[in-house]
Design a binder for this molecule. Sequence first.
Ligand SMILES: Cc1ncc(COP(=O)(O)O)c(C=O)c1O
Length: 374
Amino acid sequence: MNLFDVYPLYNVTPVSAKGMVIIDDKDQEYLDFYGGHAVISIGHRHPYYVEKLKNQLDKIGFYSNAVQNPLQVELANKLGVLSQCENYNLFLCNSGAEANENALKMASFKTGKSRVIAFKNGFHGRTSAAVAATDNEKINAPLNKQQKVTILPFNNIAAFTSEVEKGDVCAVILEAIQGVGGLDEPSNEFFTTIAKLCKENKVLLIADEVQCGFGRSGKFFGFQHHNIKPDIISIAKGMGNGFPVGGILIHESIKASYGLLGTTFGGNHLACAATTAVLDVLENENLIENAAEVGNYFIEKTKEIPEIKGIKGKGLMLGIEFDFEVGELRKKLIYNQHIFTGGAMNKKLLRFLPALNCTREQIDIFFNALKEEL
Ligand SMILES: Cc1ncc(COP(=O)(O)O)c(C=O)c1O
């Protein structure tokens, strides 16, 4: 059997990894400023994380949500405290798309309405309603196009007001810092205005924190750079440091009932062990503060390179803009400099998504390599 050929692949075969370093099948080391697409939050094979997962595997790896699982309760408590979202309840699932799918479904259940407002260049996953809310025609099949979604630009309050006041909207979904789209952010005025208009029009506000959450932006959640409180927060990626896990934080004003949401694998013992380990490391090693601090250092360093036309993002979710497409540059960084970086829908943006314990010295290595290749 062949693999279904949907990914254009770089010719690199990682076989092991440690911290910020990936080692391939020829023993070549690479510095990982891509984090497997913002997934590696505490570094590859962090010893505390490895030990927690191994210990858990030695006890019980999985059982269904039909029985008590104290690991879920422990995780919810830790997450509530560290993210300062104690007045939310947690539903666990397995991926970012699934998190958004459940978030949108909850909004529709709660409001009894079905239209969604999403934003230009937003990315929310590849499943039913999540992909319909994603601003990319090419990945929407006719089946997905049946969903009622209106895509609006960021920062146009008049356009937003006229849509949200029509009375049929169940949810507004947005990323505080766009990932795949290319690191655009809503202005503070726009974000706070839409939060207010959502309340006034009984529309639920969903913060898609799948990529910018879990400390990546230099605060636990990206929306926390603004003074707003979403109704639902979706999480995944950095949450499991590579273990497939996702979830939604649902404001306590939204009530649960048996059978409303459900999943076979979500919240399994291994996923809980992985996520709790990530939370412990984020806290014990002050990684969110490090993301903010080292991110600022990165921004300062960009000033040394005249070819850089702009810098976008926050913390360790950053993008540098050039006046040329960066595809070739990414290849040169991988094959000549042994450095992984990310791309975006904006083809002139080079994305930088390292583990949150990335150091200034590693950033210096990146900039020296970049200078050589430019
Ligand atoms: C903001 C955002 N939401 C949702 C998703 C989908 O997550 P997953 O690929 O885990 O389904 C992504 C993935 O890149 C994302 O960046």
